[in-house]
Design a protein around this ligand. Sequence first.
Ligand SMILES: [Zn+2]
Length: 259
Amino acid sequence: MTPKCNICGGQEFRDYKGRPGEMCLSCKAKARHRVGLAVYENVLFPIIDASPGARVLHMAPEPSLFPVLSQRLGAAYTVSDAEPERYPYAPCLRLSFPKDFRQFPDGYFHGIIHNHILEHIPGHFGNHLKEFARLLAPGGRMIFSFPGPYSGVETIEGGEFMATDEERIFEFGMPEHIKIFGPDFYDVYTSVQGGFAINDGVTDELRTSLNVRPGMAPFHVWQRDDGKSDESDESGEAGADYEPPFCQPVPPRGADKVT
Ligand SMILES: [Zn+2]
């Protein structure tokens, strides 16, 4: 079967930053955008369709995905960024995370999408995950991704305290990145209270059909307890089949670590 872009239907891909077949020639979607849409189809759209009045927050909406999600989700869809001028194609609310989100009551959103956001936010990512969890409605889901996690490194944060871009590039691969994640990410992630991690439902077979290499562009899905079942109790029934995506090998220090 010829690999096909699930965003635009394109069948031609080109290499990007050393990653073979990474980018769709027609809509410019990278591997993580194509996998992202597959994840939204698996674990987001069904719960939004089943919840009239549900709200979905998409932070930093990517140009290839914004039109698709906007059409699919309609009035349910809200987009935001700390710098909306970077998204002229989308009506982004100007909101900095976490401070501007404290105005939203608990459980305001049924879906939250944030891709390649965590590595940009000052402070501890565990606190950020807790704030996202607070914003999720019962049964709501957060779907997110970030560079890595990389095997063989410990999570390093604190780039906001580094004096120069050179230091941040050395540690994190990009001047705008202020943290890098290792496998210890999962210890913090899976201990966030009030919900549980679930699988994203994307198989390597599906990846291949999207021209994405096996295991690449891993996503994370966290579901808020719905308050109806005993899924949050010690027996760990719900989410018990959760398997963390594999950790990618860390690129050489100072090299471009971004996907
Ligand atoms: Zn495409």
